[in-house]
Design a protein around this ligand. Sequence first.
Ligand code: ADP
Ligand code: MG
Length: 357
Amino acid sequence: MRRERNERARRAAGIALAVALTATAAGCGSAAQTPVSETWDDLFGTVVTVSLYDKMSEKEAGAVLAAIRARGEVIQNTMTAHSPGSEIGAVRAAGGQTPVPVSEDTYGLLTLALEVAALSGGAFDPTVEPLVALWGIGTETAAVPAEADIARARALVDYRRVTLDGAGRTAYLPETGMGLDLGGIAKGYAADEANRLLDEADVAHAILDFGGNVVLRGGHPEGKPWRVGIRKPVLGEDGYACVVSLRDGAVVTSGGYERYFVAADGAVYHHIMDPATGRPAETGLLSATIVCDNSTRADALSTACFVLGLDGALALLDALDGVEGVLIASDRTIHTTPGLADVFAVADERYVWVNAP
Ligand code: ADP
Ligand code: MG
């Protein structure tokens, strides 16, 4: 099944890897049939929308939606750093003391997270939790920390120090104060899992949007690809900078505009940390979008690319097969990887596609 999907997406990649950012699959034709759609605003601290475009009974659709929602809740509860009953939280609490047995879900996702951490040289790092907690961005206590506190937290961030033991399926952090944060990858995983449930339910056409982690399925029932808008990442600008058209695949964006606070002096601090500096990543990129067949990987890679900045992101993407990207810099220039050339379009003339074919 997975192989089949990979093949499909790979074929699509040449022609049409599609990206939707935050919900709107723009303009799919006026005669378009209305999807059965549900939106939840209480999962992963974001808005989740599932839209099913197959002809199906209300009962069938209801069952599929309920299964997706239930799966999402399980993923959220086991993998959110600070939710009660969180396995990630339990691993943190036992840091410096003892390995903690975790579910297959958590173990698998940690394994993937560490892989992307290694690939990106630690730009994506699931042990970023002490920095996330210190800055508190997105919470009411967000504030610019003292340098000494930043240095202390930064010293606790290092994915190479995580020990995963497959035999006992345990995770271990060797030092008290170390922690795990899967916020940069868990939504992508939830979207992949939702897509797997759609496989099982034989749903052919659907759009899943887990807070900007979009999974496209089967193209529009009328035969057209889905069109996914990538949001303008400049603070204060609404709407889409560009669009990707694609039938199947994941389109995931990380941007500094999603969650941030403005300090007394007007400086903006967003929620994506650069583990190398201990501060919000400032590389000149305003957003990084990944297009590939796996939303989990795309989620982690989009965060990694945002932290790496334009040159680092292009180098990383160049080294990966079947992974494409759209990088938007603060001067409103857009850089795409070669595989997107035929499926990409600019949607606002103020944005300049610098490597347009
Ligand atoms: P969003 O959650 O807004 O879609 P991302 O996927 O980029 O955006 O994830 C950002 C979240 O990931 C942060 O809120 C934080 O929990 C976590 N995080 C922040 N910096 C990093 C990093 N360098 N590596 C891994 N996770 C990070
Ligand atoms: Mg991410």
